[in-house]
Design a protein around this ligand. Sequence first.
Ligand SMILES: Cc1ncc(COP(=O)(O)O)c(C=O)c1O
Length: 396
Amino acid sequence: MTTIDPEELDFATLAIRTGHRRTDEQEHSEPIFATSSYVFRSAAEAAARFAGDAPGNIYSRFTNPTVRAFEERLAVLEGGECCVATASGMAAILTTCLGLLQSGDHILASRSIFGSTTILFDKYLSRFGIKTRYVPLADPEAWRVAIRPETRMLFLESPSNPLTEMADIRQLAELAHARGCLLVVDNCFCTPALQRPLALGADLVIHSATKYLDGQGRCVGGAVVGDRQRVGQEVFGVLRTTGPTMSPFNAWVFLKGLETLDLRMQAHSRNAALLAQWLEVQPAVERIFYPGLPSHPQHGLVGTQQRDGGGILAFEVRGGQPAAWRLIDATRLMSITANLGDTKTTITHPATTTHGRLSAEERRRAGIGDGLIRIAVGLEAVADIEADLARGFAAL
Ligand SMILES: Cc1ncc(COP(=O)(O)O)c(C=O)c1O
């Protein structure tokens, strides 16, 4: 852990140097504390720790030094007071809702959020009296009119998956606060290297660490970042009691991921921008969705709210589903998988995978066409990714 004031250090430095408290062994790299419990020097010390009167480790369901190092590093990178690491991104959303909402509360969410988040809200939270309504992400007026007196939380992802629509986070934060609601932003697609929602006025940030924070598709994990009361007390309280805890090994992998996050997000964005420009002029491409292109409806938020375009793009190929499948099946380098945030480029057909559980009408309303293909652009040479897509186009 550096002794320099974090305010004096750049993001890239903080991502490498924050969080590690060196032990007496003088290790250079963060150790993995593979222990479920901790020994107290006396019965009195044990009692003081359990009572919360003395700081220190108790049991790894809720105190582990490797996990804490990851939490401290991510909190600093997001500009939050506190972070709670969880077993997955979905566990981060669940613990946040359990910690901050109660029966009778209402969630207002973007229509374009991750499918499992929608199922969590509609199928599970609704059983406990928490109802959710959905609005179009990029339409601030729709958010304004849909807020009810019992609305407690506005929830969104920006950019959205797979169409890369963006919300004006500053504007929605002002709206949320004027109406007594919290704004929660799932920052999975951008990471703090490209976008810091708390600095834009959001109250909490959610992460699926599984994606770009890891960066190489190895581990599942999640995190919630925010203030000391809501995250440090309420969300932490749920984690401590119910146990959707991040393992020390996964925390160690994510710590390694964070060290290269800044470089990787710049490289993902550069590769995606080059690929988007190349795709835009392919005759078989009907429409392309990428925030970094001037043709994107919210392109103005790139460079202001969001530092760069990010690594995800989508395009609509002429010929609907048969053409999309033919194109995907003719590629030989990209991985046909729905995961993202990996050094390896992935290619997906959203209408029959990530959004396959929606009805045709729901997909139409969400703008997910039958010919839509999503690419999570990795860090291979762009020329090789283009050559692979060219194989796909040649098969049409
Ligand atoms: C935007 C977003 N949020 C949350 C999640 C859930 O994360 P996890 O798979 O780590 O539970 C995902 C997973 O794909 C996601 O894309």
